[in-house]
Each structure stands twice: as structure tokens, then as C-alpha cells.
Design a protein around this ligand. Sequence first.
Ligand SMILES: C[S@@+](CC[C@H](N)C(=O)[O-])C[C@H]1O[C@@H](n2cnc3c(N)ncnc32)[C@H](O)[C@@H]1O
Length: 248
Amino acid sequence: MSSPKVLFGFHAVGVRLKTAPQSIIEIYYEATRRDARMRQFLDRAREAGARLIEADSVRIAKLAGSHGHQGVAARVEPVAQVTSLDELLENLEAAGIEQPLLLVLDGVTDPHNLGACLRVADGAGAHAVIAPKDHAVGINATVAKVASGAAETMPYFMVTNLSRTLNELKERNIWCIGTSDDAPKTVYQVDLKGPVALVLGAEGDGMRQLTRKTCDELVSIPMKGAVESLNVSVASGVCLYEALRQRT
Ligand SMILES: C[S@@+](CC[C@H](N)C(=O)[O-])C[C@H]1O[C@@H](n2cnc3c(N)ncnc32)[C@H](O)[C@@H]1O
């Protein structure tokens, strides 16, 4: 998981304040915003000892590289993170977590989709999100904003060869379940209680052939209306929350 140097929006900066306040160099805020949300945010920032700097909307937009900053942006240091998937899986094993839940995204390129996937992965208690290095979006400021703080908490690993990584997961007894709207079995018919990697495809073409072939099995989400498929982040949510339901 790599960190952007600038975070913006109440969620993204708020989560950093909660999880690693010492990594915040300074927070820029729009002094003309005096609403309750801004007041609460500033109270929390002061409690955490953050350095606050008044700025106007234009300056914050320039810093954030976006106008969707809600009047808040922070310059941050990267926080110490797990650096590899192997390290994460070993840490989970050492912590006695025997049923990792992983989300694999085969080529999601839209930062809004990745942000939404990270957010739902965090919500459902997944342990990591994995993507290929090529043809996939990395963590950037837009992803962090859409993820509403989850880009700060959810390990995101970009791997050189996705099918090789899936094979390595299989060697660790992690069951790789691919998703495709044409699979005869539904996600509600498979056991998601064990160690599982849920594999989702790209926005347009779905999973690549090799990824599809490498999965242990394929499942679909029932589609009862006229459209053929769901947005990848919605499909991630359905599958991850089915896993959580089965595990709870
Ligand atoms: C927009 S869909 C891509 C649709 C593409 N035509 C395909 O063949 O998969 C993006 C991803 O979301 C997941 N997805 C969306 N709808 C799904 C469904 N009904 N069943 C299973 N997976 C689905 C799949 O992982 C898919 O690759």
C-alpha cells in the first residue's frame, strides 16, 4: 500500500488523524467554512495535536489536485506499512488468523471504482486487495478520497504476474473464486468461510482468460433485471459481504 503525499476530504484526512496522527505534517482548512462538520473536524485535529493552516478554497484545490476537497487537505508522511503480500500472509498466520479474505481486482483502471472497492473491502473486513502492476490504477489522491479513509487502512498490493500470485495463494490453501456473470453457480452456493480470494474482473472485459483459468471455481451474482452485469465495486460488495455473512 503506498500513500499519497496529500490527502483531502473529511474521511481521508479524518482516518489518518485517527490511525497515524504523527504522520500528518500539516492540515490546510478553509477558514470560511464554519459548519458543524468542519468544527468537529477541527476539534479532532486540535486534540490530535495537528498543525492547522488556514487557506482558501483555491489553494486547497491546488494542493489536492481536485475541487472535491470539502475544504480540507493534509500533507502527510508515509506510514510504516506491510511491504509484501507474503509478509501480510505471514503476519496473519502469526496472529492466528487462519481464514484470510482477499479481494483480487484483475485490471480495474477507474480510480473511483478502486476507491469504492477499497472502501467496501475495509467495511467487510477483508485483509488485502491485490491487483496487477500493469493495466490497473494505483493509489492516488482520487482513489484515497473515494475510499473515504480505506486507502489508509486496506493493504493494496500490485503484483507483477497476477496468475502466478493466484497460484501462490492456492499453494497456501487459499481458495481462488473468480466471478463472472455467466458462471452457473452463484456466490450464495459456495462456501466462503475458509481462506478465500475473491477475484473480480475489469470494468469492460471482465477477468482475463488466464486469470479465469487459474481460479479454482467461478461464481455469478444473480441478475434479475435487464442489465447483464454490475459495476465491479458493487459486485465486490455483494461477494465480500456474502463472505462476511457466512463467517459471522
Ligand atoms: C462490469 S463487470 C464486467 C462485465 C464483463 N462483461 C464480464 O464478462 O465479466 C466487472 C466485474 O464485476 C464482476 N461482476 C459484475 N457483475 C457480475 C455478476 N452478475 N456476476 C458475477 N460477477 C459480476 C465480475 O468480476 C466482472 O468481471
